[in-house]
Ligand binder design. Structure first.
Ligand SMILES: Nc1ncnc2c1ncn2[C@@H]1O[C@H](COP(=O)(O)OP(=O)(O)OP(=O)(O)O)[C@@H](O)[C@H]1O
Length: 543
């Protein structure tokens, strides 16, 4: 039996706020589920869905959580050995313990070898089952085996199935789990067979890039992508800038039959109009002065795979007609070439402007629009899917702490609240930028606070939109109250002193100039004026 390391690094991630009735693990809210609540939930699901579906539901839920936990485990103990990092997963949250002892663990990532046996004493699921249904003929720890399988699969980067060989719910003294790669079990049941490939994909290759969301908006997008997964249908991602359209396009590629072929992306807005066709279709040697060698375009590079055209509305009319031809006929000619080339490419596109309006205004070809918009997918802005914010915050904190070699002790409670309430006109990109900047500003081993997140113009916005209550919570409603109060105070002063609006305006302008230490451009920015507008006001008041 292996000696497991201590868990101080895990326990300090849990925070309790009795006043607010909240529990957090890092920046994520958690719930405490009592044994009696779990008993009710489990028996209700069995009654309503049947045993097989209830088991599958618990197993899938456990699997997803285990896969996510494995990512955290590696991040939490990046420099420790395999065993120490592996031992993190089971413990992060009360009542989610699946592992008491690692009996054996033998793994080799190069060859894919992964064998282990693990012991759990005191399984809550076994206790629940014994209390309601007595001793079972089959293993009963569904959440636990799902979690363990998700954790091990994500950790090992391949489907690993953990099965209970002995289970307290079957009358054994403890639960004994065996782990093996999926393919090495002689037979798998329906639940075990269904290691969700997407969860696995999310947790391995993209673990440093992609955060699966939890909001309804995120799931609606994911469902659309999954519906089209087995097809070559074009998808058109629509939504504000920074919502993650490219990230979802990559997800669509990974979920498709083309996942092992290239994913090639091109931002049409980033290429000057005259060069876009060469970029898309390639160039033949001698096509123009300087074309000393032939080179393939993005369509050829994406052959067999997926081409993602971001900001497609920026394509010139000629490029639009050529793209349409490739979609319809699967062929094109390189710039300066007469021979046509055939390609097999799935096209995904994105736009942050309304393509229908662009089409009606004659800027975008209707036939291309209808070809692309077979399945339009609207990605909601971050402010409409706030439940995704905690996962993203934590992901960016870990990502940039790693990149900039900083040790950042999470977020303060008030900064978490502020991030949850912010409006994010720049969506996920804005959140990412704020967290990266905060990681750079915060002192080592300190937690990110408001002052690290909101600077300059952001601070103006947070002042206008959010207020902090005494216990560090942010409340939008109280902002209004606070602003109303200061405005009434100002009106009171006006009345007392008999000053007119002009005089007050002059005093505000002077105060802003003073706060900006005489820097006119800064004062203008703070007041929401142009430099010229402020200069003219200053001139009028004789400054
Ligand atoms: N679910 C996510 N997990 C991790 N990072 C994300 C996620 N969604 C978005 N991002 C990050 O947010 C940033 C913006 O995402 P992306 O480029 O996909 O947005 P977009 O909608 O295509 O933006 P634009 O319209 O400006 O091209 C990127 O840095 C991306 O990595």
């Amino acid at each position: 039996m292996k000696q497991l390391p201590g868990y101080a690094d895990l326990t300090k991630r849990l925070r309790f706020s009795p006043e607010q009735g909240r529990i957090w693990r890092d920046s994520e809210r958690c719930v405490l589920l009592s044994q009696s609540a779990l008993t009710t939930l489990r028996s209700q699901l069995v009654v309503q869905l049947g045993l097989a579906r209830a088991r599958r539901l618990f197993w899938d839920m456990g699997f997803a959580e285990g896969a996510r936990c494995a990512v955290e485990a590696k991040e939490l103990r990046p420099d420790r050995g395999f065993l120490e990092a592996f031992a993190v997963g089971p413990r992060p949250c009360a009542d989610r313990v699946w592992l008491d002892e690692i009996e054996t663990l033998d793994s080799d990532s190069a060859s894919g070898h992964f064998h282990g046996s693990f012991v759990v004493h005191d399984s809550i699921e076994a206790a629940v089952h014994l209390a309601t249904d007595g001793v079972s003929a089959d293993s009963v720890c569904w959440l636990q085996t799902g979690f363990a399988s998700g954790f091990a699969s994500s950790f090992a980067g391949q489907p690993i199935v953990m099965r209970e060989i002995e289970c307290q719910g079957m009358g054994d003294g403890a639960c004994l789990l065996h782990a093996k790669p999926e393919a090495e079990w002689p037979e798998l049941d329906d639940v075990e067979k269904s290691v969700p490939p997407q969860m696995l994909a999310n947790s391995q290759a993209d673990r440093h890039e992609f955060v699966p969301g939890v909001s309804a908006g995120y799931h609606a997008v994911r469902n659309m992508i999954e519906r089209a997964a087995g097809t070559d249908a074009s998808l058109l991602f629509l939504g504000e800038t920074g919502v993650g359209k490219e990230v979802f396009a990559k997800m669509a590629h990974r979920a498709s039959l083309r996942k092992d072929a290239p994913f090639v992306a091109l931002n049409c807005a980033a290429i000057p109009e005259g060069l876009i066709e060469a970029e898309l279709f390639g160039v033949a040697k001698g096509a123009y002065t300087g074309a000393v060698a032939s080179r393939p375009g993005r369509f050829e590079l994406a052959h067999g795979g997926t081409l993602f055209l971001d900001e497609i509305s920026m394509l010139s009319p000629l490029a639009q007609s050529k793209v349409l031809r490739v979609i319809q006929e699967g062929e094109f000619a390189r710039d300066g070439d007469t021979r046509t080339t055939r390609v097999d490419v799935r096209l995904l596109a994105a736009s942050n402007i309304d393509l229908e309006t662009a089409m009606e205004a004659g800027h975008f070809r209707a036939d291309l629009f209808f070809r692309l918009a077979t399945l339009p997918i609207q990605v909601p802005p971050l402010r409409h899917r706030r439940e995704d914010i905690p996962g993203l915050m934590e992901h960016f904190r870990a990502k940039y702490a790693r990149r900039h070699r900083r040790e950042v002790a999470g977020f303060t409670a008030r900064s978490i609240n502020a991030l949850l309430m912010h409006e994010y006109p720049g969506n996920v990109r804005e959140l990412e930028r704020m967290v990266e900047r905060a990681v750079l500003l915060v002192n080592d081993r300190e937690a990110i606070d408001l002052r690290h997140l909101f600077l300059g113009s952001d601070r103006m916005r947070i002042r206008a939109g959010l207020a902090l209550t005494n216990d560090g919570r942010v409340s939008g409603a109280e902002v209004g109250k606070e602003q109303d109060q200061s405005i009434s105070h100002l009106v009171g002063l006006l009345r007392q002193k008999g000053e007119g609006l002009k005089a007050v305006e002059s005093r505000i302008v002077e105060a802003a100039l003073e706060a900006a230490r005489g820097n006119v451009a800064q004062a203008a920015r703070d007041l929401g004026l142009t430099r010229r507008q402020l200069a003219s006001r200053l001139e009028k008041i004789g400054r």
